[in-house]
Design a protein around this ligand. Structure first.
Ligand code: ADP
Ligand code: UVW
Ligand code: MG
Length: 431
């Protein structure tokens, strides 16, 4: 019998990450990986394409710059062309396509794509201007290229449904807030769900007993406080704009700032580069796409920013890369401090994840130094520097005995595609 395949698609703000899995007949693991592909730097063209078949030693996977890729839809179409050329993979075996959709509004859990759910996700696009439209463009491409497969949307927002009302509410007119759904939804939920499960396996403790402070630091960055396995607060809000700054996003600002920045703040912008027919104001466009690391330093590449920041020297006002680095550290510490208090000091671990969290040893060193006063383990620099090239998902980078006894400092290689494929394979409704 031919095994069924699940394609998992993650439309991030600057990237499209795609993994293909085969369903197993087991509960653990419910899926095995067949291939991974990614298109990165979509917000800072030219885009880079990567494609790798697992267990194929005949070809060396590499990354190629592709000027023909301009957005998520053209990136996905290139992926499909490459997929169709693989002799050992039959796209007709793909029975399920899991799509990461960042804003799920009031959807509690995953939803099968049909006219009604597609339309509902579309109405939420203005609340996630860098994400939902891009995800819908890929969903549309899948419906036409792989019509026999069931497309399912998995939401970043679902994990945060446990946030208490007083934390999710804004201090604004409650009638307006209720009518318009103006509250904190929170994002990166698929990543936090993956982190919770992986850390629970690593520490050999039930997720229900774990309290964690998680940092997902990628093109979009957020923090999350998890108490006894449930999200109790996160730094993003109604939209993925607020909280920590990101590649092209300002993060939290005084809301009045925008009216002093531009007198056209409320005008609807018609940017031809916007993913689809999304209605955002000039203010939202500036804060989402023309701010963050790109505006401060001219690049979205945090590795380059770190290199140019000259961390070994005292900060100078002229060095804007250093400003970006130090500003990021400052904002991250704001959340760690506040979440530590909200968790009453009962924190099992601080977790670094996302492209920057997983790869920037420099950022981890500085944060770890600053949180020592809260009882976190001292960082073990040989472990901290030695992660690249190592196999694994969760790593303890705390020093020796302290790494075991004190509050832990962990790195988790998050994988939103795997989280969706696992959920799909274990979903009784789909089999
Ligand atoms: N070695 C590194 N040091 C610091 N930042 C890195 C490193 N490698 C990648 N990054 C950063 O990771 C970010 C991308 O993170 P990722 O989670 O993959 O993004 P996305 O939000 O698109 O899913 C980029 O800002 C990139 O510069
Ligand atoms: C929610 C969000 O910002 O996602 P990403 O980091 O993938 O852009
Ligand atoms: Mg991402």
């Amino acid at each position: 019998m031919l095994h069924k395949l699940a394609l998992s698609v993650n439309a991030g703000s600057s990237s499209l990450k795609i993994s293909l899995y085969q369903f197993t007949d087991n509960v653990e693991p419910p899926v095995t990986l067949i291939l991974t592909s990614s298109i990165s730097d979509i917000s800072s063209l030219p885009a880079k394409f990567f494609f790798k078949i697992q267990n194929d030693s005949s070809t060396k996977p590499g990354t190629e710059e592709l000027p023909s890729i301009k957005d998520h839809a053209s990136g996905f179409s290139h992926f499909l062309d490459v997929l169709k050329k693989q002799k050992d993979i039959n796209p007709d075996q793909i029975t399920h396509i899991c799509h990461r959709v960042v804003h799920g509004g009031d959807f509690k859990e995953r939803v099968v794509i049909n006219d009604e759910s597609y339309h509902h996700i579309e109405t939420l696009s203005d609340l996630a201007p860098l994400h939902n439209g891009a995800a819908l463009s890929v969903i549309k491409a899948c419906l036409s290229a792989l019509p026999k497969a069931k497309s399912v949307a998995y939401f970043d927002t679902s994990f945060h449904r446990s946030i208490p009302n007083h934390i999710a509410s804004y201090a604004i007119n409650p009638t307006v807030a209720h009518q318009r759904g103006l509250k904190k939804y929170g994002f990166h939920g698929l990543s936090y769900s993956f982190i919770l499960r992986s850390v629970s396996e690593f520490l050999k403790r039930s997720p229900k007993t774990l309290s964690l402070i998680c940092l997902h630091l990628g093109s979009g960055a957020s923090a999350c406080a998890i108490r006894h396995g449930q999200s109790i607060d996160t730094s993003m809000g109604l939209t993925p704009l607020t909280g920590l700054p990101g590649a092209t996003r300002s993060g939290a600002i005084d809301p009045s700032l925008i009216f002093h920045y531009t007198n056209k703040a409320g005008r609807i912008t018609h940017d031809p580069n916007m993913a689809s027919d999304i209605h955002v104001t000039e203010a939202e466009d500036i804060l989402n796409r023309k701010s963050g690391w790109k505006s401060l330093t001219g690049t979205t590449d945090f590795r380059l920013i770190t290199k140019r920041a000259k961390l070994e020297h005292p900060a100078s006002d002229e060095n804007l890369d250093r400003l970006a680095f130090d500003l990021f550290i400052d904002r991250i510490l704001n959340y760690i401090g506040s979440y530590y208090l909200k968790l009453g000091g009962e924190v099992d671990a601080l977790i670094f994840s996302g492209g920057i969290g997983e790869k920037s040893k420099e950022l981890r060193t500085v944060i770890a130094e600053n949180v020592r006063c809260l009882g976190f383990a001292q960082i073990d620099e040989s472990k901290n520097k030695g992660l690249e090239g190592m196999d694994g998902v969760v790593f303890n980078v705390g020093l020796g005995e302290e790494g075991r006894e004190a509050k832990k400092i962990l790195v988790c290689r998050t994988d939103e595609q795997l989280e969706m494929a696992r959920e799909c394979a274990l979903d009784g409704d789909f089999h």
